[in-house]
Design a protein around this ligand. Structure first.
Ligand SMILES: Cc1cc2nc3c(=O)[nH]c(=O)nc-3n(C[C@H](O)[C@H](O)[C@H](O)COP(=O)(O)OP(=O)(O)OC[C@H]3O[C@@H](n4cnc5c(N)ncnc54)[C@H](O)[C@@H]3O)c2cc1C
Length: 500
């Protein structure tokens, strides 16, 4: 089946949805829900998957875009979870999304604030992390091991570092996504290619074990989707659909810097937080040249907003830590944009959860299975566990998960490799040739917008990636919208792409 998502397909599948009884209804199309839709569809089950807004509308687009090897879990003694994370990273790098996940080098600058003892402890951690890589059988050619490098080499990889008192740096490697929202889009499209009905702008108003009452957010009409089993993958909003669940969200904020703000930054940075032995601010160079600086960890109470905002105290904190290692400190005016996300953490003391992993599965009295917590990195494992649970609950008679070796849309070999520019290949993998063909048809579509995105990519997103409006185009299919000025500049092009 075709993997293209667009307004016409949505209308067609929405019109059929009320007459169906699907094997699995998935609610929420972040990484977890899109992963669950793919897991179920690839086992041969019939699937409908809905989101109140858009693909990747929630936390999944506000991450640090890292595919973690599990070192942080090892530090907490959670060996099984750490190993699972390293295995999932390896699967993404080798089999399922090699076009979307790359190795990223990170430097921990050895400034006078980092003692020799602290550096030795961190290096021991990095070596254990490399052991996890080996245990997960991820080859070193994909993810090199850690090393200590000289101050000169550190400055060649990260020119904005202050040379004053720099003794060198610890170099380590981890996985990084081209973009988190693109991972979700690839998951949803791969699920669609296996027959899953992917319906955005459809809000679940009420859930039960045999389906949901749903509102089409574009028309306001309500209808029922009947299902043999239901997965609630609404992340930080999960408690709104199952009042027995209690969430304790925590806010993580990132700064967005323009490419020219930290010139010569070729590696990410782990910047030690002054006064803390094992916490770091991350400096994350992106493929589009922008740099993200994150992140905070602040518990938040009260209603969960659709789009969390970054408070000024988070911005000041991140700038302060970043400036502790820069040669030329940055000011508030250098911060071109900010974003914040809420970690979907489960509150302790709620209904008994299967917390054997960092994620949890909870089954409500009516049989709805909620899957919550975890990380972007482990979305596939979360999806597999959730679908295993509903297959057993609904006696669906499907086999085990097939997603560990199932390449996502774009993962294959690039056609006409010689003629496709690297930047296009890095975002579209095997589909890059088709995006380029659009530009060849109409040279105006080759015109670059802020961050180098072309008009052709916006048209592609409307035709194949399920973008329905300018917000989908600027805030999720591309990340132009992370810098408000860039967003305003690209708005006319986004409107034109919808009408193209
Ligand atoms: C700041 C920050 C940085 C992070 N960095 C990383 C990282 O670098 N690496 C990593 O592995 N993990 C990271 N994480 C964790 C990771 O981002 C999350 O665990 C993951 O994205 C959660 O995905 P999800 O699909 O469960 O939830 P979400 O992405 O929030 O998806 C839930 C979806 O449900 C939809 N929804 C809600 N209510 C309804 C309803 N009633 N009907 C229909 N749909 C509904 C929403 O619109 C949303 O699209 C980070 C988290 C944060 C907050």
């Amino acid at each position: 089946m075709n993997s293209s998502l667009n307004a016409a397909r949505r209308s067609r599948e929405l019109a059929e949805a009320g007459d169906l009884v699907v094997d699995v209804l998935v609610v929420g199309l972040g990484a977890t829900g899109a992963g669950a839709a793919l897991d179920a569809a690839s086992r041969g089950l019939s699937v409908a998957a809905i989101d109140a807004h858009d693909l990747a509308f929630g936390t999944s687009r506000w991450s640090s875009k890292m595919i973690h090897g599990g070192l942080r879990y090892l530090a907490k003694g959670q060996v099984k979870v750490a190993h699972e994370s390293a295995v999932e990273r390896g699967l993404l790098l080798r089999h399922t999304a090699p076009h979307l996940v790359r190795a990223q080098p990170y430097l921990l600058p050895l400034t006078p604030a980092v003692s020799g003892g602290q550096a030795a402890t961190v290096m021991t951690g990095y070596r254990l992390g490399d052991g996890l890589r080996m245990a997960a059988r991820t080859p070193r050619r994909l993810l090199p091991g850690p090393s200590r490098i000289s101050a000169g080499r550190a400055l060649s990889l990260a020119a904005p570092l202050s040379p004053s008192g720099l003794r060198g740096a610890l170099l380590s490697w981890d996985g990084r996504l081209v973009d988190d929202a693109r991972l979700v889009v690839a998951l949803a499209r791969t699920a669609a290619s296996r027959g899953a009905r992917i319906l955005t702008r459809c809000r679940a108003l009420e859930l039960a074990g045999d389906g949901a009452r749903v509102r089409d957010e574009l028309t306001g009409s309500t209808f029922a989707i009947r299902a043999r089993t239901v997965v609630n993958a609404t992340g930080v909003w999960a408690a709104q659909l199952d009042p027995d669940i209690r969430m304790r969200p925590s806010r993580g904020t990132h700064l967005v810097l323009r490419p020219e703000t930290l010139p010569g930054l070729r590696a990410g940075l782990h910047v030690p937080i002054p006064g803390e032995s094992n916490r770091f601010v991350l400096v994350l160079p992106q493929p589009d040249g922008r740099v993200y600086v994150g992140l905070t960890d602040e518990p938040v109470a009260g209603p969960v907003p659709d789009v969390p905002q970054a408070p000024e105290e988070d911005v000041a904190f991140l700038l302060g830590v970043l400036n502790s290692v820069l040669g030329v400190p940055l000011g508030r005016q250098d911060v071109a944009g900010t974003y914040a996300g809420l970690r979907p953490l489960l509150a302790a003391g709620g209904r008994t959860a299967d917390l054997s992993r960092e994620h949890a599965l909870l089954t409500s009295g009516s049989g709805v299975v909620t899957v919550v917590g975890g990380k972007l990195t482990t979305y596939r494992r979360m999806a597999e566990d959730a679908v295993d649970r509903v297959v057993a609950l609904g006696r669906l008679g499907a086999g085990g998960s097939r997603t560990a070796r199932l390449p996502l849309v774009g993962a294959g070999a690039v056609q006409e490799a010689g003629t496709v520019p690297d930047w296009l290949r890095a975002r579209y993998g095997s589909e890059a040739g088709a995006v380029r063909a659009l530009m060849a048809e109409d040279p105006e579509l080759a015109e670059p917008l802020p961050t180098g995105i072309t008009r052709a990519e916006l048209v592609w997103a409307v035709r194949h990636e399920g973008a329905l409006d300018v917000d989908d185009l600027l805030d999720r299919r591309t990340r132009i919208g992370l810098v408000p000025e860039d967003r305003a500049a690209a708005l006319p092009a986004a409107r034109a792409a919808l009408a193209y």
